[in-house]
Every structure is written in C-alpha cells, then in structure tokens.
Write a protein that binds this ligand. Sequence first.
Ligand code: MG
Length: 389
Amino acid sequence: MAETLALVVAAGRGRRFGGARPKQYARLAGQPLLRHTLRALRQHPAVSGILTVIHPDDRQYYDAATAGLDLLPPVDGGATRQASVRNGLESLAERRPERVLIHDGARPFLSAAVVDRTLAALDREPAAIAALPVTDTLKRGSGEPTVIAETLPRERLWAAQTPQAFRFGAILEAHRAAAGLDLTDDAAVAERAGLPVALVMGDPANVKVTTEDDLARTERALAAGGGDVRVGNGFDVHRFAPGDHVMLCGIAVPHTAGLSGHSDADVGLHALTDALLGALGAGDIGMHFPPNDTRWRGADSAHFLSHARDLIEKRGGRILHVDVTLVCERPKIGPHRAAMVERIAGILGLAAERVSVKGTTSEGLGFTGRGEGIAAQATATVRLPDAPW
Ligand code: MG
C-alpha cells in the first residue's frame, strides 16, 4: 500500500500567545497541545509515520510532550513556516513516501473524517486541503481608527485549514522551487507550482489554537465533552525477601529487605497497571505478562505500565488521573513520594498534578503490620471516546 506520512509543523514561536512556553507546548486538559495533535494523527490507520518539525530551542519541551509516542525523530525548523516544512520534506526525501499530510501542531481536534476526505481527494488531484466555506460577511478595513472601506463578495471563498495533503514528489519539488519566499501555507506553494489543489470540507471543530483565549475556550469545550469516563482499581501484594532495596512506583528505595516476584516486584506499578487495565475491561497484568514467562524475570515494571497506557491510547482514550496507595510499616514512603509521582507522570505522559502517590501503615496489624510484605492499591480514571451505543 502507498505510504502516507504526516508532517506536523510545530516550529513557530507563537508570538500571539502569552506565557513562557510556545503555544504548541501549553497544556490543554493536562497535556501539551502538541501531544493531542500527534495522537489524533497516530490513531488514523492510513498514517504510518509522523515527523514533527520543531524549533531547536524546544527540544526539551518536545521530548516531554511526546514521551511514549511512536514518532520519527524530529527535525529542526527554519526561519519561516515555509522553510520549516521544506526541512521536514527534505528529511523524508530519501524515504520518499507516496503521500504526505502536512498539519499544524496547534490544531489538536483533527478528526479521522477530515483526514479521510483529504486523502481521498488525492486520488484525483496531486494536492488537497481541508477548508471551510466562508459564512461571515467580509469587510476590508482602512484607516485608524478603522472604518469599512469595502464589503467583499464571499461567494466561492474558503478559509484554509490543515491537513493539507500532497503527493510527496510534487510538493517537494514545489517547495524547492519556492525557496526563499514566505508563503503561509503549503497549498500556496503548490498553487505557485501550478498544481491543482482540491478543496475538501474541513471541520469547524478543527480550530487552530492561537491565543490564550482559544486555549481557554478549547479547554472548556473538552471539559464539557463528556466521553465514556471509567474508573478502574487494582490491588497487589508482594512479600519481602532478602535484599537491600525495594522497587516502589518505579523508584529504588533502600531497605533492609527486597521484594520477591517474577519481575522487579514493583507492587505499586503492578496495582496501577491493573487499575488501568480494569478501566479498559482488558483483564489483568498476569494475562498480558504471564508470571511463568521467563522474559519478565527481573523486568522493569514500567514496561507493564506503558503497555496499559498504549492500550488506552489505541482506543483513543486518555488517562485523567491515577492514585496509588502503598501499605507498609517500612520503608517510609514520604521521602520518595515526589520522585515516585514524577516517575509515574513520566511513564504515563501525565502532568504531575494528575498523579497521586500515598503511603500508609496498617497500624501494626496483619501481614503488612508484621513486616511480611507490602500491599498496594490503585485507582485510575480514564476517558474513552463516546461509546457508539
Ligand atoms: Mg505483582
């Protein structure tokens, strides 16, 4: 099948946007804007790889925003949007995919239907873009303070969105021919090269987040979005064995004993993995990683947790919040809590305020009270796309 790659443009400085970090890394529903965009593309079955063009100063933001996502290595952008796209295209020149879908990093609400329509039009034309017919009456302003100089006819006018899809060879050549100009979208580059560009119906929801106001509005829209919100719980116990540390929530905590178990025996991450699987109705950790499978002997339990996260992402879902309680008399959890929160947040790609880790004792009672082992309990709240029924 013809290969389709996505090229996401995220190299802008977002001058119309306040705040310390560029807008594509601002948080929307707890996650960087760019991560929403990349996940929307990754979920489309026709897209087999995603390349992001970033600003060289943003590498740290990019790495944090894309933790755990399967992406091509990012490419540095240029001085203009056009130069950035060119860099991205040149980096794919050797791979030479059949089609490329160029999309703004700051358009997180891309639907599969828009991608479908845009790609379908590429069967007829070498280029096709998502766009919306203009419905507002258009005025040309003049002077200061501004007054109307003219009312423009809006018939046949469209407002361009992205994605903009192209046969790869054609758009690469068009970009090479347009080097040094500052055209604001890739359709303009294609037009300049004389390529016919199909207009397909975009989506009013496919907004570009440009200002703080846009971000606040989209945040409200998401909060009102409903979806299929689920809560899963998990529970796990591991017994103490000889050793000098225990793995708890991904952190090696020095102790007078270790924990026994077929992997690294991280009771906290096991309970949390089960909570995520529980929210999905996807069985338990033992079904996905059988204890008798020698591959998992001594394994880093972060692997199990990322697997559960991937299953949720594949369903188009999002983890909203996780909460882990570790039950033991010793070691003390408090001094390691912040590191545990950070580790889990890193594995799951969540903001730290969406991760909770707590420690408690059982007042000297029962097996945890007698210091025979550690128990962990976890809750995960997950939002899946609206159920079709
Ligand atoms: Mg376990």
